[in-house]
Design a protein around this ligand. Structure first.
Ligand code: PXP
Length: 239
């Protein structure tokens, strides 16, 4: 199972003081050394954490075969142009709004079919494997398949925030969505809000091939260090 470590919050810490440290590139190297299979980074329109130069440096490492880079981005012309220039191996399209603390829900692919066909085609032509970050919803899965995305990333944020019966019901939706998407030929990933305490049920869903995890790893790293925090998730994800 592929672990993509999202290093946005290494950059959040750096941007809080506009220093040159901590360095996201060094963080990426440490995560890979500790067993991460890839690095995810989100270049936001407001540049609140990852900066253009960070993405360029990560992409250069990706081009050199040193890492698998998953660039998270909104489906805007600005971001599509950057991705087509940098050619990361993977691009994950996410919804974005300026006011949000973090990505708040899945992308409405079904509601923006024409736009998504165009964006995905441009990214596919640049050689990027395109992933749609969606809620566990059949209409969104079908739409993702129809617009020629290769991958979906199921949004686990609600599952992570709920507890009790609501959490179980959301888990069931994720299980069913993963099974259905796999059956129609999509590669299934999942992510958002995952911690050492709530990740195991995702590992048990055999159709889920990869998880993208950021905030919890960086938070754990405060106490155990980044390499140990990465390794702890990797151990939990062994099937
Ligand atoms: N996947 C996607 C599409 C995301 O937007 C994020 C947050 O940037 C993550 C995974 C990682 O979420 P978290 O930081 O809560 O682990």
């Amino acid at each position: 199972m592929h672990l993509g470590v999202n290093i946005d919050h290494i950059a959040t810490l750096r941007q809080a003081r506009l220093t040159t440290y901590p360095c996201p590139i060094q963080a990426a190297k440490d995560c890979l050394e500790a067993g991460a299979d890839g690095i995810t980074a989100h270049l936001r329109e407001d540049r609140r954490h990852i900066q253009d130069k960070d993405m360029e440096n990560l992409a250069a490492m990706a081009q050199a075969g040193e890492l698998h880079l998953n660039m998270e981005m909104a489906a805007t012309d600005e971001m599509v142009a950057i991705a087509c220039k940098l050619k990361p191996q993977a691009v994950c399209l996410v919804p974005e709004s300026r006011e949000e603390l973090t990505t708040e829900g899945g992308l409405d692919v079904a509601g923006h079919i024409e736009r998504m066909i165009d964006v995905v085609a441009r990214l596919n032509d640049a050689g990027c494997a395109v992933s749609m970050f969606i809620d566990p919803d059949k209409a969104q899965i079908d739409a993702s398949k129809n617009i020629q995305a290769a991958v979906i990333e199921l949004h686990t944020g609600h599952y992570a925030n709920f507890n009790g019966d609501k959490q179980l019901s959301e888990l069931k939706s994720i299980q069913e969505a993963a099974r259905y998407a796999d059956k129609i030929g999509l590669i299934v990933h999942a992510g958002h809000g995952l911690t050492l305490d709530n990740t195991k049920p995702m590992v048990d869903i055999k159709e889920i091939m990869g998880l993208n995890i950021g905030h919890a790893i960086v938070a754990d790293a405060v106490f155990v260090g980044l390499k140990q925090a990465t390794a702890d998730f990797k151990t939990l994800m062994k099937r």
